[in-house]
Design a protein around this ligand. Sequence first.
Ligand code: ADP
Ligand code: MG
Ligand code: MG
Length: 252
Amino acid sequence: ASTIKIENLHVEIEGSEIIKDFNLEINTGEVHAIMGPNGTGKSTLASAIMGHPKYEITQGSVHLDGENVLEMDVDERAKAGMFLAMQYPSEISGVTNADFMRSAINARREEGDEISLMKFIRKMDEKMDTLEMDQSFSQRYLNEGFSGGEKKRNEILQLMMLEPRFAILDEIDSGLDIDALKVVSKGVNDMRNPEFGCLIITHYQRLLNYIKPDKVHVMMQGRIVKSGGAELAERLEAEGYDWIKDELGIEN
Ligand code: ADP
Ligand code: MG
Ligand code: MG
């Protein structure tokens, strides 16, 4: 089993502190969810952990099985088995989806251990089937002209193809209709196993009806303010965030 451990993390953007004393530990085999109001720093946290240069980590640490993640460059983080599905995936013209995924897989493998073309195609067909994606997607340019829902599905396809040890999924539910939401959830649930840990970031509880988290954390003003089980998400759905703000004495 592996563990990702975030301790006392502080992150600044352009001089203002967005993440403050953030602490979280996730083991493989676990699915954690972070919920919180907009503007609370959820996407900032995800990007900072994955090494986005815009975010300055001023204090704290992130360790993957004792290895200092913050000293790794972005490629090294991916090679170590970390994966980020972004709230706003970018388009890459001139690169087909299949080519992109194959090179992403091979970039995470040692030289001489590249996936064979046959094996790759079989795997991609199988995963696209699970996600009810049309085969034509493999030959389309990455995210170019993809609808919001198609982009999300494609991010989950990447997740299933790359099989990372840890994934952070940032609002993979945003803009999805109920059918797409079910399919995307099926993909994530398919990934669940003792060698895979996952952090799901979501504004709404809806997604967590389909992907049952082991732990739920509420994030406000850049830190975790409450943790619990799946029932915490249900209470947030029913009552919103105000009761937590009241508990903490945060102004609405
Ligand atoms: P969430 O994902 O919880 O909605 P974000 O992490 O996107 O929150 O944003 C947290 C805060 O950081 C917000 O106040 C937002 O305006 C600010 N912020 C996020 N990204 C940037 C950026 N690239 N430049 C400046 N401010 C940013
Ligand atoms: Mg936001
Ligand atoms: Mg966000």
